[in-house]
Design a protein. Sequence first.
Length: 136
Amino acid sequence: MRSQVKHMVSQVKHMVSRCFASLRGLRQIRRCVPPATLQKMVVALVHSRLDYGNGVLVGLPAYLMRQRRQLQSVLSAAARLIFGLKSSDHITDALISLHWLRVPERIQYKLAVIYTLFRQSEAAHNRYENDITDLN
């Protein structure tokens, strides 16, 4: 169990460092692209990394909450990049304007979508089985 936690922590650190590397690269070209394009690039390069595998952070013990804070700092830095905000500026309005959820809400949303898709596929499977049974 302890090795699994260490592995998860190292995975999150690696993901955070890759996201910040992407943001540094985007910061260099932000004046060359329109804001809408910059936002799309941030979503493609940063959000996709954050969302990939963040479901394992559900029910994280209190002593590992630092991992969620690191992921949230990536989202905040991305919003600051898009809006050209300073690190001392409040970020909540920017996140709301972008329609971005905070990390805990993103994880809950992802799980709700997965659960809904599972239930829908299960219902479709049951309907299919009933149709096959009716044919016999």
